[in-house]
Write a protein that binds this ligand. Structure first.
Ligand code: FAD
Length: 518
């Protein structure tokens, strides 16, 4: 879906201060001279993981830079501003050092440097987490984004990919063989954080979440060692279990091994638009239809303002609509037959359904989520159902969004991903029939408070319809610490045990954090 910049701009009144919104601007780490009772030495001031400043001798930083095959970037370097930017334009953090890693040896060197100097450490895959947690103020960013290679073995249908790989890199490596790894619905997104947190996209009802398709991984742990997580005798099965949904808590993944599945080159997609006035009726119809669909079908219902995209009826541009996109993973002719029911739901005002290549489907939303330009704040909830009252609530709240770029997304769940028992992976319970995505997307800093307040309001007012858990990859600013426990449910004690084993100091704390002390 391509959006222009021609939206009528609506702005709600800002409601004053915003508790929980962090001020990201912190003075950059600086080079200075420290005497501290001895001869004067040049030091670099950095932030420790305990929250205080530490002084690291400049010579140690130089040695660190020399040991890297990639680049160590500091605030004085011309590429610093580019290197520190993450996808979300709302995030403006200033790391003290950025290690642009070239290989797993660089990652181990960086982890050792952080541990030896007690530094705050952020691990960066694609840099897409909406919270901006892939960066930090004053600490060390271990940046894997240069490590984005992916290689498919078509005979085994197994894909090996480096720790900074994006979904698009995986798709480019797999589609020549008509294969795909289950990933998310925006191809620019980093695959590492997405996989480690779960991973919902067009294939999860047929082939499971991204984390279910993770076969093994090479992980640099907090002691700088390398552990192979996997289910072969030489591999660590507990670590594989933890990586399947436990996030970046246990180490930095430098290589993933994924199971791919036959998909494409073409898929059939049903894409229909309902007027805002009919959105409630359409969502009720989608609720009944969901109970009838085979695993091959996945869909996403999006409450939003009509985008200025090709083929979109002019009279609905900038007005509330519901867009329902459903795909069939399998023979496109069969898909067209099966998805006829989706196209007939409610009273659509336009039908843009048709055959697309799988790559086109994967890129369909890319232009809606530009990096750095827009400001984003996303939350989520797992829903116990799609009650009439909830439908009315979200339709109303979507129309009240201060930004015409914001959306409320209903993800019907179920299928293969729901058949994995809660204890089989760290991800935990999969029984909820829907996930709600709450996306505040806006342009200007002066609208921050209003947009964040809107998303939080949607989150609060949908709480009664959820099991209390949220998806770790749509986390706001990770402001609710106690969520780690509720997210993981009965898996939490085992995760704490594994955290103690692999990261007793909690070096990897910038994530949906599992504390080693429980
Ligand atoms: P980063 O922002 O780089 O890192 C976030 C955290 O992940 C880090 O703090 C670290 O803890 C961990 N991490 C990252 N890389 C590594 C690594 N190599 N080893 C260990 N830990 C690591 N999610 C879905 O499930 N489905 C979707 O369809 C979907 N669509 C999205 C669309 C957009 C435009 C965006 C921005 C996000 C979307 N997401 C989706 C959410 C996505 O899963 C998260 O943003 C995820 O964190 C992205 O991964 P990343 O590698 O870019 O994370």
């Amino acid at each position: 879906m391509v959006r222009g910049t021609t939206y009528p701009c609506r702005r709600a009144d800002a409601d004053g201060g915003m508790p929980g919104v962090q001020a990201w601007s912190v003075a950059p780490a600086n080079l200075c001279v420290s005497a501290q009772g001895g001869p004067a030495v040049a030091v670099v001031r950095l932030h420790s993981f305990a929250g205080n400043l530490v002084e690291v001798p400049e010579g140690a930083v130089e040695r660190f830079a020399d040991e890297l095959r990639g680049r160590l970037i500091q605030p004085v370097d011309p590429e610093y501003d580019t290197a520190r930017a993450v996808w979300n334009g709302l995030v403006d953090k200033r790391p003290g050092l950025i290690a642009r890693c070239a290989d797993s040896g660089d990652v181990a060197t960086a982890v050792n440097f952080a541990r030896e100097h007690d530094l705050l450490l952020a691990a960066r895959g694609g840099g897409h987490n909406v919270s901006g947690i892939a960066s930090c103020d004053g600490g060390l960013v271990v940046d894997l984004s240069p490590m984005s290679a992916a290689l498919t073995n078509p005979a085994t249908e197994i894909v090996r990919a480096q720790g900074g790989v994006r979904i698009a890199d995986l798709d480019q490596a797999t589609q020549p063989f008509n294969l795909a790894v289950p990933m998310g619905v925006v191809s620019e997104t980093g695959a590492a954080g997405l996989t480690l947190g779960g991973g919902f996209g067009w294939l999860f009802r047929k082939h499971g979440l991204s984390c279910d398709n993770l076969l093994s991984a090479e992980v640099v742990t907090s002691d700088g060692g390398t552990v192979r997580a996997g289910s072969k005798p030489s591999e660590d099965p507990d670590l594989l279990w933890a990586l399947r949904g436990g996030g970046g808590n246990f180490g930095i993944v430098t290589e993933f091994e994924f199971r791919a599945h036959p998909v494409g080159p073409d898929v059939f997609c049903s894409l229909v638009v309902h007027a805002g006035a009919d959105a409630g009726e359409a969502l009720r119809a989608i609720r009944s239809w969901k109970e009838t669909i085979p695993d091959e079908v996945a869909s996403l219902a999006i409450l939003m303002y009509g985008p200025p995209m090709e083929g979109f009826p002019q009279e609905y541009v900038g007005r509330p609509v519901l867009i329902h996109l459903a795909t069939y993973v399998g023979d496109p002719d069969e898909g067209e037959r099966v998805l006829a029911a989706a196209r007939a739901l409610g009273r659509p005002v336009v039908d843009l359904s048709g055959r697309r290549t799988y790559l086109e489907l994967q890129e369909f939303f890319d232009a809606d989520y530009p990096a750095h330009e827009l400001r984003y704040y996303w939350k989520s909830r797992f829903l116990t159902g799609l009650d009439d009252a909830l439908i009315d609530t979200i339709v109303g709240l979507s129309e009240a969004a201060p930004s015409p770029r914001s959306t409320i997304d209903v993800w019907p769940l179920g299928g293969a991903m729901a058949r994995v028992p809660a204890g089989d992976t760290a991800f935990g319970d999969r029984s909820m029939p829907y996930m709600l995505g709450i996306e505040a997307n806006w342009e200007n800093a002066e609208d921050d408070d209003a947009n964040i307040a809107w998303a939080r309001d949607v989150y609060e007012r949908t709480g009664a319809y959820s099991d209390g858990r949220e998806y770790v990859n749509f986390p706001g600013f990770y402001e609710a610490d106690e969520l780690a426990r509720s997210t993981f449910g009965d898996n939490y004690p085992r995760l704490v045990e594994l955290k103690r084993r692999f990261d007793p100091q909690n070096l990897f704390r910038l994530n949906h954090n599992i504390s080693p002390t429980g």
